[in-house]
Each structure stands twice: as structure tokens, then as C-alpha cells.
Design a protein around this ligand. Structure first.
Ligand code: NAI
Ligand code: 13P
Length: 313
């Protein structure tokens, strides 16, 4: 099967191997992925916020009450305020911080990493300052020995649904297929199906660009434009995403997979989307600053729309 597609992963080959996983970032997605990983592996999540660590570890709470309220974490999951603890013990490190903090966080992490470890970015955005994708940031700030140890997880996956154990499928991208395959093996379960590809650029751009269109669809819905308008935005939006991504080196078929169309449809239609919610509120007449100020969570599409505009020009 072509490496540019989501490669099918047979259920029968689900591995039971156990390893150590560290998750960097205790927001909604970091927490949901840590909850998922802890069902199979010895997992520690690093969070900056003391209250997040305390609430997850407190036997009477066992929830990330700040970013993912309402979902009890599995028994084995532990949180820490020490990045070194989460990184140094782990074979796989899931990096789940918003785009604007990736460079700083990974510069701190660089001195803790060993070349046998694998770093999986689960972030979806394009830097507004440098117009870099996360892959470009990581290859700039991490030592060369780690450049082949990088992977990217993307696709339609609301944190709350993963935390709830709902069926989900994602794509794992790495320029080194063995690295993608290792991550695929270790993260797959019968409720969380991982496909894989070597098209890092396509997977990253799909995940970043769909957030911009989700804001657009939200605006359309907020204005009451209805289903016709939304379907037009999704369809023509996918064509625009594909043109930009291909111009930047992506494989066009990646945009038809989970990290492209899959996540675009989810985020443009699903009411759990923060980006879509920002758009709906804009469409109803609120000011962007007021919307952002009222949110604890990040809506990556706001800054990525600026980056995308620059890249398109
Ligand atoms: N929430 C979701 O359903 C999904 C989110 N993602 C992506 O995951 C990434 C992280 O998002 P969430 O976990 O949802 O975050 P969130 O919006 O729930 O929480 C904000 C995060 O930003 C971190 N943060 C705030 N200030 C910081 C700083 N100065 N330095 C470092 N980190 C700081 C917080 O610690 C927290 O982890 C984003 O790129 C998002 O697009 C991807 C798939 C699903
Ligand atoms: O990327 C996501 C689901 O795949 C989450 O989207 P939002 O950030 O818009 O909530």
C-alpha cells in the first residue's frame, strides 16, 4: 500500500507489548492521550499547572478538573510537575503543547532526550512568528540524532471522546516508517485505531489547516447560513487546503485521509470543536478578543489563520 495513504492496520496484529510513555502537556488532549496510553502502558503526564497535577493524583478527585472536567483517569496514570521525570523514563514521549509553546518546551526537553527515544508531536498548528510547521520547529531545536526519531499524530479525535473510550482512528506520520510502525504498534487498541504514513508534511498541514476552516464554518453557522453553505465551505475548503499543502510538499492523497478530510469534517461539524465554537461566536457578533479572553483552552485556528494567509501569499 502507498506510504502516502493511511496504511491499514489489521486488528489481528494488535500488540500487547508494554512500555513506558511520557506525555508532555496536561491540557485536554494531553490528558486524553495519557488516559488512553495508560490503559496499555506505564504512563506519566507532565503538566505545568500544580492544580492539574494535584487533581489527577488526588485519590478523591482523579480528574483534570482544569482542562478535561468530567472524565476520571485510569488507575495507573500518574501526573508530575517534573518534565525530567516524564521524559527520562520513557521510550515514547507524546508532545502535546499548543504550537506557540512548542519551541520553548522542546528547547527545555532537548537536554533530557536520548537518541533511542521517540518524540510524537500531537500538536496541530503553524507558528505565527516563523511560519514553521511543528516538524520544522523540532528539527531546528532538537539535536540531529533525534531527527529520525520524530513522529506526528493527527486525525479526527476530540479529546473528550477519546477520554470516554469512543472509537477513534488517527494517523501516525514519520519520515522513518519503522518509527511510525513502532508508535502505531504501541498506541493501537481496538478502540483507538492508528494508521500510518511517511507524509509528515501532509499530516501536519491537514491538522493545522482544518482549524482555520472550522472557524470559517462556525462563522457561517453563527450567521445562520445553513447546511448548504457549510457543505460548500468544507468541500471547497478541502480543495484550498490541498492546493496549499501540495505547494508546500504534501502528497495530495493525504488530504483525503484521516488527517485531512477526516479531521476537517469532524471539526467543521462537531459541536465539541473549540475552533468551530470561536467561529459561531464571531458569526453571532462577539469580538475575537472577548471570545479568546473567555476561553481557557487554545483554539489553534486563530493564529494559524494568520500563518496560512502569509503562506498562501
Ligand atoms: N483538545 C482536543 O480535542 C485536541 C487538541 N489537539 C491539539 O493539541 C494541542 C494542545 O491542546 P490541548 O491539550 O487541547 O490544550 P488545552 O487547550 O486543553 O490547554 C491549554 C494547554 O496550553 C498549555 N500552556 C498554556 N500556557 C503555556 C506555556 N506558557 N507554556 C507551555 N504550555 C502552556 C497548558 O498547560 C495546557 O496544556 C493543540 O495543538 C491542539 O490543537 C489535537 C487533537 C485534539
Ligand atoms: O483537533 C481536534 C479534533 O481532531 C480538536 O479541534 P478543536 O481544537 O477545534 O477542538
Amino acid at each position: 500500500m502507498s506510504a502516502a495513504h493511511d496504511n491499514h492496520h489489521e486488528n489481528s496484529s494488535l500488540s500487547k507489548e508494554r512500555t513506558k510513555i511520557g506525555v508532555i502537556g496536561g491540557g485536554a488532549w494531553g490528558t486524553a492521550l495519557a488516559m488512553h496510553a495508560s490503559l496499555r502502558h506505564d504512563t506519566v503526564v507532565y503538566a505545568r499547572e500544580t492544580e492539574v497535577v494535584e487533581a489527577i493524583n488526588d485519590p478523591s478527585i482523579r480528574e483534570n478538573t482544569t482542562f478535561l472536567k468530567g472524565y476520571k483517569v485510569p488507575e495507573g496514570l500518574r501526573a508530575t510537575n517534573s518534565m525530567a521525570e516524564a521524559v527520562q523514563r520513557s521510550e515514547i514521549i507524546l508532545m502535546v503543547v499548543p504550537t506557540q509553546f512548542v519551541a520553548r518546551t522542546m528547547t527545555d526537553m532537548a537536554k533530557l532526550l536520548q537518541p533511542h527515544q521517540i518524540v510524537v508531536s500531537c500538536t496541530k498548528g503553524i507558528s505565527v512568528d516563523s511560519l514553521e510547521t511543528v516538524n520544522q520547529i523540532l528539527t531546528r531545536v532538537l539535536p540531529e540524532a533525534l531527527h529520525t526519531r520524530l513522529a506526528y499524530l493527527s486525525g479526527p479525535s476530540f479529546a473528550a471522546e477519546v477520554a470516554n473510550g469512543n472509537p477513534t482512528a488517527v494517523t501516525i506520520a514519520s519520515k522513518d516508517d519503522e518509527v511510525a510502525s513502532r508508535v502505531q504498534d504501541l498506541l493501537s487498541t481496538n478502540r483507538f485505531r492508528c494508521y500510518r504514513t511517511t507524509d509528515v508534511q501532509g499530516v501536519e498541514l491537514g491538522g493545522a489547516l482544518k482549524n482555520v476552516l472550522a472557524i470559517g464554518c462556525g462563522i457561517s453557522d453563527g450567521l445562520g447560513f445553513g447546511c448548504n453553505g457549510r457543505a460548500a465551505l468544507i468541500t471547497r475548503g478541502l480543495a484550498e487546503m490541498t492546493r496549499l499543502a501540495v505547494a508546500l510538499g504534501a502528497h495530495p492523497l493525504t488530504m483525503q485521509g484521516l488527517a485531512g478530510m477526516g479531521d476537517l469534517v469532524l471539526t467543521c461539524t462537531g459541536d465539541l470543536s473549540r475552533n468551530r465554537t470561536v467561529g459561531i461566536r464571531l458569526g453571532k457578533g462577539e469580538q475575537l478578543k472577548d471570545i479568546i479572553d473567555s476561553m481557557k483552552a487554545v483554539a489553534e485556528g486563530v493564529l494559524t489563520s494568520k500563518s496560512t494567509h502569509q503562506l498562501a501569499k
